[in-house]
Design a protein around this ligand. Structure first.
Ligand code: DGJ
Length: 551
């Protein structure tokens, strides 16, 4: 990650400049706002992630039709350590030859997921020569002496072997992907350990008695001491998080030295309101984001995997993982209908990527996390939203870097009748569902309301199922770009100008051409503006100019 000017010095051009096809993808941050530059321009990942075992040429024919139907521009897909290094020191990249060629033919970018030491806490995707040699590649030992099927982050030979394989992967990408079809690499998958706060092996125990490293002390604003002295009851988990973060960082650093692509880690989230202790400890859960930031400076972003269905929890997760030091990329989200609308709130947190999980026709479905089956009906809600954004996703990504933006998803939950993984929090507490939101845009507020007829003032009744959302970008104090689905957007004066008479000066409908120029189509007026700006399920992009006037 770098600032825009540092990236420019490093050869990355500003958003609007003409671009070379061969600029390396970069994460840029300016004034606390982020963009992901691909081919030198801000890029919005309209993503899709495959099911886990789609990482073979034979499966790809079942992947591309879904990517295509979704209007996705980015595919997240694994590359497994076991497939590239089945025998120690013997590498086979034939899968990537096929993947990269086919992705280039389809003009789809790729996020490669490095399934290695950790895949959902376990070494399932490590080669047999790793998994079957517990002496050389030790597993986590619990406090009561049991051995878990989660590799220890203190295994020096494990780290060396994973790093060597990752370096081979990055060397392959450097030498065989000059146009950077692969735009990002996720280092490991959902690191951490279920069932133990840390490794309690003799080696880990001796490290645990050492002083806490200065970098971590400084980051956490703590005085020197051993782990137990500094962190008390949290010491075991923080020690494990630090150890995994350092391990992952060493791999990322080595890989970036060969080809400096952006790199992320994903996280098996804990419930932000009710964390309990049954989550994957040591992974970058919300309580240890700072530990990971200190321990893994070569990781550009920590990306949430969202399988909470309810609005309140998703909103909280998006808040926790969108920070000045952490650009938001939703690396995974369930592929069932209720999740699709969270695309809008992801962009509202300046997110630059969103990827529903399990988007292929390989015949697997991860219900109840996601949909019961992957078919046209599953794809449709995502295809609708990506279709809305497809032609101007780069424009939005630039606005998100340079301007204030807002994005909201319909806030009530309509899935209460389903047997879902997560109960709907607000409705469970007996709160009445909200069918509207008020956004503070500065001079103006915007009310976004759901489930209203286009004409007249009927109160919002929500969409059933909840599926609406809106995006607003501020072009100047009184001018906004607005798009939405199944929502009414109404501009009202903020308190500061509430005493003045106000009106809509002009609402233009239009679209953006390939160069990002606004192409005017028509003016909305009369019924089309008297009852707010009413968006149905057709794609509309509006430029709205508000004004005050004097009698
Ligand atoms: C999150 C993991 O990152 C994915 O690889 C997958 O296992 C899902 N959970 C469950 O389908």
């Amino acid at each position: 990650m770098c600032t825009l000017s540092a990236c420019q010095n490093a050869g990355v051009k500003p958003a609007a400049a003409s671009q070379s096809r061969h600029d390396l993808p970069q994460v840029v941050t300016q004034n606390g706002r982020h963009a992901f530059l691909v081919d030198g321009k801000p890029f919005l990942m309209l993503g899709a992630q495959t099911n886990n075992s789609a990482n073979y040429p034979a499966a790809l024919d079942k992947v591309w039709p879904v990517v295509d139907a979704m209007h996705a521009n980015t595919l997240g897909i694994p590359v497994a350590w076991e497939q590239i290094e089945p025998e120690e020191g013997h590498f086979d990249f034939s899968y990537l030859d096929v993947l990269i060629r086919q992705a280039a033919e389809r003009e789809v970018k790729v996020v490669l997921l490095w399934f290695a030491t950790w895949k959902n806490n376990a070494p399932h995707y490590a080669p047999a020569w790793i998994k079957l040699n517990n002496q050389r590649f030790p597993r986590v030992i619990t406090r009561d002496g049991r051995t878990l099927n989660s590799l220890s982050p203190h295994g020096e030979q494990t780290l060396a072997a994973d790093k060597r394989a990752f370096e081979a992967l990055m060397t392959y990408l450097r030498d065989n992907d000059p146009a950077h079809q692969v735009i990002m690499v996720q280092v490991q998958n959902e690191t951490g350990t279920y069932g133990s706060k840390r490794d309690y092996s003799p080696l880990a125990n001796s490290l645990f008695k050492q002083p806490v490293p200065d970098t971590l002390l400084a980051r956490m604003n703590k005085q020197p001491g051993t782990w137990a002295e500094v962190f008390g009851d949290d010491a075991d988990e923080i020690f494990h998080a630090w150890s995994i973060a350092r391990y992952v960082d060493e791999i990322a650093q080595a890989g970036k030295a060969i080809k400096p692509l952006p790199m992320n880690v994903n996280v098996a989230l804990r419930n932000p309101f009710n964390p309990g202790s049954g989550y994957s400890m040591g992974g970058p859960t919300d309580n240890v984001i700072d530990v990971w930031k200190a321990g893994a400076p070569h990781i550009d972003m920590i990306s949430p995997d969202i399988y909470f269905r309810d609005h309140k929890t998703v909103k909280r997760v998006l808040e926790l993982y969108s920070r000045e030091d952490n650009p938001l990329f939703v690396a995974e989200i369930g592929n069932d209908q209720p999740y699709a609308r969270y695309f809008f709130s992801t962009l509202g947190h300046q997110g630059f990527g969103f990827a529903p999980f399990g988007m292929d026709y390989t015949g697997y479905a991860n219900y109840p996390l996601g949909a019961k089956t992957v078919n046209d009906d599953t794809i449709a809600p995502f295809a609708e939203i990506y279709g809305l954004m497809q032609s101007w996703s780069g424009v939005w990504a630039t606005l998100s870097l340079e301007h204030q933006v807002w994005g909201v998803a319909e806030p009530h939950d309509s899935s209460k009748d389903e047997k879902v993984w997560n109960a709907n929090v607000s409705q469970a507490k007996g709160e009445s569902p909200a069918y509207s939101q008020l956004l503070d845009l500065g001079n103006w507020d915007a009310e976004v309301s759901y489930g209203r007829p286009m004409f007249w003032i009927d109160p919002p009744a929500g969409n059933h199922p909840a599926s609406g959302g809106a995006l607003i970008a501020k072009l100047s104090d009184d001018e906004f770009l607005v798009t939405a689905l199944r929502a009414r957007v109404t501009f009202t004066p903020s308190k500061e100008i509430a005493s003045l008479p106000v009106m809509i000066e002009r609402v233009e409908e239009g679209h953006f051409d390939d160069q990002g120029n606004w192409i005017f189509e028509r003016v909305w007026n009369g019924d089309q503006t008297d009852w707010g700006l009413n968006f149905n399920d057709e794609p509309h992009i509006l430029k709205v100019k508000m004004t005050t006037w004097q009698e």
